[in-house]
Design a protein around this ligand. Structure first.
Ligand SMILES: [Zn+2]
Length: 421
């Protein structure tokens, strides 16, 4: 029914959430949902997003956040997990309620739900056996709560890695004596305490066998890590660094993925309509329907819609074609004439993003590039040539239309007026 409307892909994703998923919500609140069921539901939703036609991107990419180049398509498995988290919240709030009596008792044998959630557990290795529903609940929680890993603050109990016969440990007696972290059984240099040292410092009777059971369960890897931690506790030096969105570019964490994130989020900085974003999105994913891309599926000519001579791929259509090249040159001239800035538009700027030391210029130029790409897209499909004059009118209309909308648009208007006074 909905497919007959002309919705953008982002619109269809929204509908899949509002109209599709909401029907399955009720049963998921109280039952564990089998993986296959999640898969089936996802299949229905994703076919809807692609209008029952060919899928051009993997589901995982669509489901990703905008920062990862996705469109935040809801995955039913994730939604199921969301409800399980909600269950945890309720259970923590009212542990004495009749509803939670049984699970609370089971969790109590592992230090209680609240403590358990702090542990680095693996559902399959927990010392107590759990019902399917609660297993799924804890798995969901583990996915949500990211623990800041620091080796000496590793909780010994219910730990996925600190195991005996592949089961995590939990010893209430030790807990009662406040032995929680790995550091509680380590010396100042990070070595595990000997049995004698332990007895001296803890002053409670533990058999050698029990002590050994715990210390033998600690894998050498974790121990090694925590030793390093003790050795390298030197104060950090201050340095001037080049950061991309808060992460030093020299840092390992500043991976390609992190940098890419920056490009994906670009169109969401502006108040622009989803059809404009969609063009940018498809270009980045290399699924923009150029003639050469479409020719893989349909028997059409690969020749460029504008110049009719060269092959039309993304690079050609948006940058190399004589018609688009002319367009970009006009835009550079326009900036040179109308503002106090000169800009140079290269391939990278057009496909990914434009960088300039002047943040304000960078913002406006990136906005312009997005609108131009949409203009080129429209020209291609209406079989006209891109025209800087009509683009100019479009920008004018755009600025008029976003006036008085929200903060983002206020910023755009202020910059626009400052730069083009
Ligand atoms: Zn061309």
């Amino acid at each position: 029914m909905w497919l007959q409307r002309d919705l953008s892909m982002i619109g269809r994703v929204l509908l899949s959430k509002a109209d599709g998923i909401s029907r399955f919500v009720y049963p998921t609140l109280s039952l564990s949902v089998h993986q296959n069921t999640c898969k089936e539901i996802n299949k229905i939703l994703i076919n809807f997003v692609w209008k029952n036609k060919r899928h051009h991107l993997k589901k995982e990419i669509l489901a990703g956040s905008r920062a990862e180049g996705g469109v935040e398509l809801l995955d039913f498995g994730d939604l199921n997990y969301t409800f399980k988290i909600k269950w945890i919240k309720e259970c923590l709030k009212a542990p004495n309620s009749l509803w939670y009596f049984i699970p609370v008792n089971v969790f109590e044998k592992m230090g209680g739900l609240q403590f358990l959630l702090l542990c680095d557990y693996n559902v399959t290795k927990l010392p107590q056996k759990l019902a399917k529903f609660h297993q799924q609940t804890l798995t969901a929680a583990k996915l949500c709560f990211v623990h800041n890993f620091s080796p000496h603050k590793t909780i010994i109990w219910n730990n996925e890695y600190i195991t005996r016969q592949n089961k995590s440990l939990y010893l209430q007696k030790w807990m009662d004596k406040n032995i929680i972290y790995l550091s509680d059984i380590q010396s100042e240099t990070g070595q595990l305490l000997s049995y004698e040292e332990f007895l001296k410092s803890q002053l409670f009777p533990v058999t050698f066998k029990e002590f050994q059971a715990v210390t033998n369960a600690v894998p050498s890897g974790i121990l090694q890590l925590s030793k390093c931690y003790y050795e390298h506790q030197t104060p950090k030096k201050l340095e001037f660094t080049f950061c991309i969105q808060g992460i030093d570019i020299k840092n390992k964490r500043c991976s390609n993925k992190h940098i890419r994130k920056y490009f994906w989020t670009l169109p969401h900085k502006f108040v622009i309509n989803n059809k404009i974003r969609e063009v940018h999105f498809k270009i980045l994913h290399n699924i923009y329907p150029t003639n050469s891309y479409i020719s893989h599926f349909v028997n059409i000519s690969t020749a460029c819609e504008f110049c009719k001579s060269e092959e039309e791929d993304i690079k050609h259509l948006f940058f190399e074609c004589c018609h688009t090249k002319l367009f970009w040159r006009k835009m550079e001239l326009y900036f040179a004439n109308k503002t106090t800035h000169t800009i140079k538009l290269e391939l990278k700027a057009i496909i990914l993003d434009y960088m300039n030391n002047n943040q304000e210029i960078q913002y406006i130029v990136n906005l312009f590039i997005l609108i131009v790409k949409f203009h080129i897209h429209k020209s291609k499909f209406s079989k006209t040539l891109p025209s800087f004059e009509s683009f100019n009118i479009e920008v004018d209309n755009y600025v008029k239309s976003i006036r008085l909308q929200n903060k983002k648009s206020q910023l755009t208007i202020r910059l626009y007026e400052e730069i083009f006074n």
